[in-house]
Design a protein around this ligand. Structure first.
Ligand code: RFL
Ligand code: PHB
Length: 389
């Protein structure tokens, strides 16, 4: 087989990159380890920056998103004492969009099917060969048969545990990491959301988040120790703990019900540099992970795709590799700012085991400052709705 760009990973990064490249006449083949059903069963992000919405529009996959997505003009930060409203629209004239990653992925699969792009599922033993040469190729096992795909470029969109990042030699790679000593236990329930807008809650029992997917589908999270297992939490125990961490006025109106999904995600900040090596380019979770507190994971994947599709289209269609050569630097400049924001939100809203008596005072002072200072709220809003590309 032969194509312009082999894309490893059929998650949101790989699918969106492929869709945008195909629209510009660039051929792609996507190699995905899992089945489509498995990719679509993963419940992950829920909040899109408007830049992501615009990119999905450019990709021609925004029709259902415009109909079913819920624009959000703000969110709340709450602790025992107060609910602080962050008025995104009033402060920045911009908003965010609530639309699940699962739905984005579904829309992208449908668009790629219409385009006729080969998406090969169940591939094993993917190896990226000769990325430093002008003629890289990817080998894998496809339906039990060893397969070779020649290409001009390789996009590593295979998530944190993929093979692409590890293809870059350790002597070239520099990794930056912070692992947090807790995870988020999340549930999805077919109940109306606790509030019109998301509520990020801090309490001395730990963090909680009230989020949503639509008017009858809610997503809730609570901070838990890394040693916890989802099966050790009954629905009743989850709701009881959530209520202890939520502001009293929202507890009164909270509608509970059976969970239809329950999982734990560990929290981590991670960046690898550089994000390219020869003709291999890393995109999304393959290159970086943020704790979900700033809702940045999927949105950073989208901004990487934006920079890379510009570079690849210029190189392949126009023969100009200036932007492609600058891909890693352009992407990283935005990534580090989102890293900082996600780390700051995480630090401000979570309870850290074994912390000194100074730390809770800092959290309290930060929240109090946000409550009183419009410029502090504007700064948070500017980061939350997404920095410019
Ligand atoms: P993905 O979604 O991990 O997709 C990578 C794809 O690559 C495939 N793959 C391979 N394919 C072929 N060969 C190999 N060797 C392969 N190795 C892996 C995988 O099967 C998969 O289909 O990465 P992508 O596309 O970069 O997208 C990034 C987003 O998924 C991610 O940033 C967010 O979902 C992060 N994230 C969250 N972000 C938020 O903004 N809000 C959230 O609430 C939120 N929750 C989460 C999350 C990430 C989680 N992970 C990664 C464990 C919850 C979880 C559990
Ligand atoms: C979600 O709805 O899954 C969600 C929303 C906001 C976040 C993280 C997750 O910061």
């Amino acid at each position: 087989m032969k194509t312009d760009v082999v894309i490893i990973g059929g998650g949101p990064s790989g699918l969106l990159l492929s869709q945008l490249l195909n629209k510009a006449g660039v051929e792609t083949i996507i190699l995905e380890r899992s089945s489509r059903e498995h990719v679509l069963s993963r419940i992950r992000a829920g909040v899109l920056e408007w830049g992501t919405v615009d990119l999905l529009q450019e990709a021609g996959v925004d029709e259902r998103l415009r109909r079913e997505g819920i624009p959000h003009d703000g969110c709340y930060l709450a602790d025992e004492d107060q609910m602080i409203h962050i008025d995104f629209h009033g402060l920045t004239n911009k908003r965010s969009m609530v639309y699940g990653q699962t739905e984005v992925t579904k829309d992208l699969y449908a668009a790629q099917d219409r385009q006729g792009t080969p998406i090969l599922h169940g591939v094993e033993d993917v190896v990226i060969n000769d990325p430093k040469s002008d003629a890289p190729y990817v080998t894998c096992i496809l339906d039990g048969t060893p397969t070779r795909i020649d290409c001009r470029y390789v996009a590593g969109c295979d998530g944190f545990h993929g093979v692409s990042r590890k293809t870059i030699p350790e002597t070239v790679r520099e990794e930056f990491e912070r692992v947090y000593p807790f995870g988020w236990l999340g549930i999805l329930s077919e109940t109306p959301p606790a509030n019109d807008e998301l509520i990020y809650c801090h309490s001395d029992r730990g963090f909680a988040l009230c989020s949503m997917r639509n008017e009858n589908l809610s997503r809730y999270y609570i901070q838990v120790p890394l040693t916890d297992k989802p099966e050790n939490w009954s629905d009743d125990e989850f709701w009881a703990e959530l209520k202890r961490r939520m502001p009293a006025q929202s507890v009164e109106t909270l509608v509970t019900g059976p969970s239809i999904e329950k999982s734990i995600a560990p929290l981590r900040s991670f960046v690898t540099e550089p994000m390219s090596w020869g003709r291999l380019f890393l995109v999304g979770d393959a290159a970086h992970i943020v704790p979900p507190t700033g809702a940045k994971g999927l949105n950073l994947a989208a901004s990487d795709v934006f920079y890379l599709k510009e570079g690849l289209i210029d190189a392949i269609v126009n023969g100009d590799s200036t932007k492609l050569d600058a891909y890693s630097d352009r992407a990283l400049a935005r990534i580090w700012k989102a890293m900082r924001f996600s780390w700051e939100m995480t630090t401000m809203l979570h309870q850290f085991d074994g912390e000194d008596s100074f730390a809770p005072q800092m959290r309290k002072a930060t929240l109090d400052h946000l409550a009183r200072s419009e410029s502090a709220r504007r700064d948070l809003a500017e980061n939350y709705i997404g920095l410019p590309y």
